[in-house]
Ligand binder design. Structure first.
Ligand SMILES: Cc1cc2nc3c(=O)[nH]c(=O)nc-3n(C[C@H](O)[C@H](O)[C@H](O)COP(=O)(O)O)c2cc1C
Length: 223
Protein backbone atom coordinates (compact mmCIF):
# COMPACT_ATOMS: atom_id res chain seq x y z
CA UNK A 1 0.00 0.00 0.00
CA UNK A 2 1.38 3.44 -0.92
CA UNK A 3 2.41 5.95 1.70
CA UNK A 4 0.31 9.08 1.31
CA UNK A 5 2.55 11.26 3.46
CA UNK A 6 3.82 13.19 0.42
CA UNK A 7 0.25 14.02 -0.57
CA UNK A 8 -0.54 15.12 2.97
CA UNK A 9 2.60 17.21 3.33
CA UNK A 10 2.35 18.98 -0.02
CA UNK A 11 -1.31 20.01 0.40
CA UNK A 12 -1.89 23.72 0.92
CA UNK A 13 -5.00 25.79 1.02
CA UNK A 14 -5.52 27.32 -2.41
CA UNK A 15 -7.83 30.31 -2.71
CA UNK A 16 -7.28 31.48 -6.29
CA UNK A 17 -8.44 29.37 -9.20
CA UNK A 18 -8.32 29.30 -12.97
CA UNK A 19 -11.78 29.49 -14.55
CA UNK A 20 -11.47 26.02 -16.15
CA UNK A 21 -14.16 23.61 -14.96
CA UNK A 22 -13.43 20.54 -12.86
CA UNK A 23 -14.34 17.49 -15.01
CA UNK A 24 -17.14 15.26 -13.77
CA UNK A 25 -14.89 12.23 -13.33
CA UNK A 26 -12.68 14.19 -10.94
CA UNK A 27 -15.70 15.45 -9.01
CA UNK A 28 -16.81 11.83 -8.69
CA UNK A 29 -13.39 10.81 -7.35
CA UNK A 30 -13.45 13.59 -4.78
CA UNK A 31 -16.93 12.54 -3.64
CA UNK A 32 -15.83 8.92 -3.55
CA UNK A 33 -12.90 9.85 -1.28
CA UNK A 34 -15.35 11.77 0.92
CA UNK A 35 -17.63 8.73 1.21
CA UNK A 36 -14.82 6.55 2.59
CA UNK A 37 -13.90 8.74 5.56
CA UNK A 38 -13.87 7.30 9.06
CA UNK A 39 -17.15 7.82 10.88
CA UNK A 40 -18.35 7.07 14.38
CA UNK A 41 -20.50 3.92 14.50
CA UNK A 42 -20.32 3.90 10.69
CA UNK A 43 -23.12 6.42 10.88
CA UNK A 44 -22.08 8.30 7.67
CA UNK A 45 -24.08 11.41 8.48
CA UNK A 46 -22.49 13.43 5.69
CA UNK A 47 -24.34 14.83 2.75
CA UNK A 48 -22.65 16.85 0.01
CA UNK A 49 -24.10 19.61 -2.10
CA UNK A 50 -22.10 20.07 -5.28
CA UNK A 51 -22.41 23.63 -6.52
CA UNK A 52 -21.34 24.93 -9.90
CA UNK A 53 -24.08 27.46 -10.62
CA UNK A 54 -22.40 30.92 -10.72
CA UNK A 55 -25.40 32.62 -9.13
CA UNK A 56 -25.34 30.30 -6.12
CA UNK A 57 -21.56 30.63 -5.77
CA UNK A 58 -21.93 34.42 -5.86
CA UNK A 59 -24.47 34.27 -3.05
CA UNK A 60 -22.14 32.09 -0.99
CA UNK A 61 -19.20 34.41 -1.72
CA UNK A 62 -21.25 37.44 -0.64
CA UNK A 63 -22.32 35.73 2.56
CA UNK A 64 -18.71 34.80 3.33
CA UNK A 65 -17.55 38.37 2.62
CA UNK A 66 -20.14 39.88 4.93
CA UNK A 67 -19.48 37.37 7.73
CA UNK A 68 -15.70 37.71 7.61
CA UNK A 69 -15.93 41.45 7.04
CA UNK A 70 -17.94 42.06 10.19
CA UNK A 71 -15.72 39.82 12.34
CA UNK A 72 -12.50 41.26 10.98
CA UNK A 73 -13.71 44.85 11.25
CA UNK A 74 -14.14 44.20 14.97
CA UNK A 75 -10.57 42.86 15.21
CA UNK A 76 -9.37 45.86 13.22
CA UNK A 77 -11.14 48.28 15.56
CA UNK A 78 -9.57 46.52 18.52
CA UNK A 79 -6.14 46.85 16.91
CA UNK A 80 -5.67 43.07 16.93
CA UNK A 81 -5.41 42.78 13.19
CA UNK A 82 -2.75 45.47 12.91
CA UNK A 83 -0.73 43.54 15.49
CA UNK A 84 -0.98 40.37 13.43
CA UNK A 85 0.48 42.06 10.36
CA UNK A 86 3.29 44.08 11.92
CA UNK A 87 5.76 41.95 9.94
CA UNK A 88 4.73 43.71 6.72
CA UNK A 89 6.99 46.73 6.83
CA UNK A 90 5.76 48.63 3.78
CA UNK A 91 2.85 50.71 5.16
CA UNK A 92 1.04 50.87 1.79
CA UNK A 93 1.21 47.10 1.38
CA UNK A 94 0.15 46.60 4.98
CA UNK A 95 -2.88 48.85 4.52
CA UNK A 96 -3.81 46.93 1.38
CA UNK A 97 -3.64 43.62 3.23
CA UNK A 98 -5.62 44.99 6.16
CA UNK A 99 -8.32 46.36 3.87
CA UNK A 100 -8.50 43.04 2.04
CA UNK A 101 -9.13 41.40 5.41
CA UNK A 102 -11.58 43.74 7.11
CA UNK A 103 -13.61 44.28 3.94
CA UNK A 104 -14.20 40.51 3.99
CA UNK A 105 -12.88 40.19 0.42
CA UNK A 106 -10.47 37.63 1.81
CA UNK A 107 -13.37 35.18 2.06
CA UNK A 108 -15.12 35.96 -1.20
CA UNK A 109 -13.28 33.41 -3.31
CA UNK A 110 -16.18 30.95 -3.69
CA UNK A 111 -17.21 33.22 -6.53
CA UNK A 112 -14.09 32.33 -8.53
CA UNK A 113 -14.00 28.64 -7.67
CA UNK A 114 -15.41 26.48 -10.48
CA UNK A 115 -16.59 24.01 -7.87
CA UNK A 116 -17.91 24.39 -4.35
CA UNK A 117 -18.91 21.49 -2.15
CA UNK A 118 -21.02 22.18 0.92
CA UNK A 119 -20.36 19.61 3.65
CA UNK A 120 -23.41 19.06 5.78
CA UNK A 121 -24.55 16.31 8.11
CA UNK A 122 -27.85 14.92 9.21
CA UNK A 123 -28.46 15.23 12.95
CA UNK A 124 -31.79 13.47 12.89
CA UNK A 125 -30.65 10.02 13.89
CA UNK A 126 -28.69 11.24 16.86
CA UNK A 127 -24.98 10.53 16.55
CA UNK A 128 -22.85 12.71 18.79
CA UNK A 129 -19.98 12.27 16.38
CA UNK A 130 -21.42 14.30 13.51
CA UNK A 131 -19.00 17.29 13.63
CA UNK A 132 -16.03 14.94 13.83
CA UNK A 133 -17.34 12.78 11.00
CA UNK A 134 -17.83 15.86 8.86
CA UNK A 135 -14.29 17.04 9.59
CA UNK A 136 -12.93 13.64 8.59
CA UNK A 137 -14.80 13.69 5.29
CA UNK A 138 -13.75 17.29 4.61
CA UNK A 139 -10.09 16.35 5.04
CA UNK A 140 -10.55 13.47 2.59
CA UNK A 141 -11.97 15.96 0.09
CA UNK A 142 -8.97 18.28 0.50
CA UNK A 143 -6.49 15.44 0.12
CA UNK A 144 -8.15 13.83 -2.90
CA UNK A 145 -8.51 17.20 -4.65
CA UNK A 146 -4.83 17.88 -4.03
CA UNK A 147 -3.75 14.46 -5.22
CA UNK A 148 -5.64 15.14 -8.48
CA UNK A 149 -3.69 18.37 -8.98
CA UNK A 150 -6.58 20.59 -7.91
CA UNK A 151 -6.41 23.30 -5.29
CA UNK A 152 -8.93 23.49 -2.48
CA UNK A 153 -9.73 25.41 0.65
CA UNK A 154 -11.93 24.54 3.60
CA UNK A 155 -14.06 27.58 4.42
CA UNK A 156 -15.80 27.74 7.75
CA UNK A 157 -16.25 31.52 7.73
CA UNK A 158 -19.82 31.78 6.38
CA UNK A 159 -21.20 29.21 8.78
CA UNK A 160 -19.31 30.35 11.87
CA UNK A 161 -22.36 32.03 13.40
CA UNK A 162 -25.78 30.45 13.68
CA UNK A 163 -27.29 33.38 11.78
CA UNK A 164 -24.90 32.96 8.86
CA UNK A 165 -25.37 29.19 8.92
CA UNK A 166 -29.10 29.77 8.52
CA UNK A 167 -28.53 32.12 5.59
CA UNK A 168 -26.21 29.53 4.06
CA UNK A 169 -28.90 26.86 4.45
CA UNK A 170 -31.45 29.16 2.86
CA UNK A 171 -29.23 29.69 -0.17
CA UNK A 172 -29.04 25.92 -0.68
CA UNK A 173 -32.57 25.02 0.42
CA UNK A 174 -31.24 22.96 3.34
CA UNK A 175 -33.95 22.51 6.02
CA UNK A 176 -33.25 25.02 8.78
CA UNK A 177 -35.07 23.35 11.68
CA UNK A 178 -33.17 22.88 14.94
CA UNK A 179 -31.54 19.47 15.03
CA UNK A 180 -32.00 18.77 11.34
CA UNK A 181 -28.74 19.50 9.56
CA UNK A 182 -25.31 20.65 10.65
CA UNK A 183 -23.30 22.68 8.17
CA UNK A 184 -19.60 22.69 8.94
CA UNK A 185 -18.07 24.27 5.89
CA UNK A 186 -17.94 24.59 2.20
CA UNK A 187 -14.90 23.58 0.25
CA UNK A 188 -13.85 25.65 -2.73
CA UNK A 189 -12.08 23.66 -5.43
CA UNK A 190 -10.45 24.50 -8.75
CA UNK A 191 -7.27 24.45 -10.78
CA UNK A 192 -4.74 26.46 -8.79
CA UNK A 193 -3.95 29.95 -10.06
CA UNK A 194 -1.53 30.63 -7.24
CA UNK A 195 1.76 28.90 -6.70
CA UNK A 196 2.38 29.27 -3.00
CA UNK A 197 6.02 28.36 -2.66
CA UNK A 198 6.04 28.06 1.09
CA UNK A 199 3.58 26.07 3.16
CA UNK A 200 2.14 27.76 6.23
CA UNK A 201 4.60 27.06 9.05
CA UNK A 202 3.78 23.91 10.99
CA UNK A 203 4.78 23.22 14.56
CA UNK A 204 7.59 20.69 14.94
CA UNK A 205 6.75 17.27 16.36
CA UNK A 206 8.85 17.98 19.47
CA UNK A 207 6.29 20.62 20.44
CA UNK A 208 3.34 18.34 19.87
CA UNK A 209 4.17 14.87 21.06
CA UNK A 210 4.51 13.39 24.53
CA UNK A 211 5.56 9.84 25.20
CA UNK A 212 3.62 7.57 27.54
CA UNK A 213 2.33 10.45 29.66
CA UNK A 214 1.49 14.11 29.32
CA UNK A 215 4.55 16.36 29.32
CA UNK A 216 7.15 13.62 28.75
CA UNK A 217 9.15 14.74 25.75
CA UNK A 218 11.95 12.20 25.45
CA UNK A 219 11.13 9.02 23.55
CA UNK A 220 11.78 6.02 25.79
CA UNK A 221 13.46 2.94 24.37
CA UNK A 222 10.76 0.37 23.72
CA UNK A 223 11.35 -3.22 22.72
C1 LIG B 1 -11.81 24.18 10.45
C2 LIG B 1 -11.18 25.03 9.38
C3 LIG B 1 -11.77 26.23 9.06
C4 LIG B 1 -11.22 27.04 8.06
N1 LIG B 1 -11.86 28.19 7.69
C5 LIG B 1 -11.34 28.97 6.72
C6 LIG B 1 -12.04 30.13 6.29
O1 LIG B 1 -13.14 30.43 6.74
N2 LIG B 1 -11.47 30.89 5.33
C7 LIG B 1 -10.27 30.55 4.75
O2 LIG B 1 -9.79 31.29 3.87
N3 LIG B 1 -9.58 29.45 5.13
C8 LIG B 1 -10.09 28.65 6.09
N4 LIG B 1 -9.44 27.50 6.47
C9 LIG B 1 -8.12 27.17 5.88
C10 LIG B 1 -7.02 27.50 6.90
O3 LIG B 1 -6.85 28.91 6.96
C11 LIG B 1 -5.70 26.81 6.49
O4 LIG B 1 -5.91 25.42 6.49
C12 LIG B 1 -4.58 27.16 7.44
O5 LIG B 1 -4.24 28.53 7.35
C13 LIG B 1 -3.33 26.32 7.17
O6 LIG B 1 -2.90 26.53 5.85
P1 LIG B 1 -2.73 25.32 4.86
O7 LIG B 1 -4.09 24.66 4.70
O8 LIG B 1 -2.22 25.92 3.58
O9 LIG B 1 -1.75 24.38 5.50
C14 LIG B 1 -10.00 26.65 7.41
C15 LIG B 1 -9.43 25.41 7.74
C16 LIG B 1 -10.02 24.60 8.69
C17 LIG B 1 -9.41 23.24 8.98
Amino acid sequence: MGDILDVIKSRKSIRRYKPDPVPDELIDKILEAARWAATGENYQPWRFIVIRDPETKNKIGDLARLGSGSRMTTWYCLGEMQERFTKIEDPVKRDEVLRFMYSGEVSEFAKQAPLVIAVIGTLMEGSVDVPYDLSATAENILLEAHSLGLGACWVHGPVASTRDAKKFKNILNIPTGMGEYKVIAYIAIGWPKEDRKHPRPKLPLEDLVYWEEFGRKERPKYE
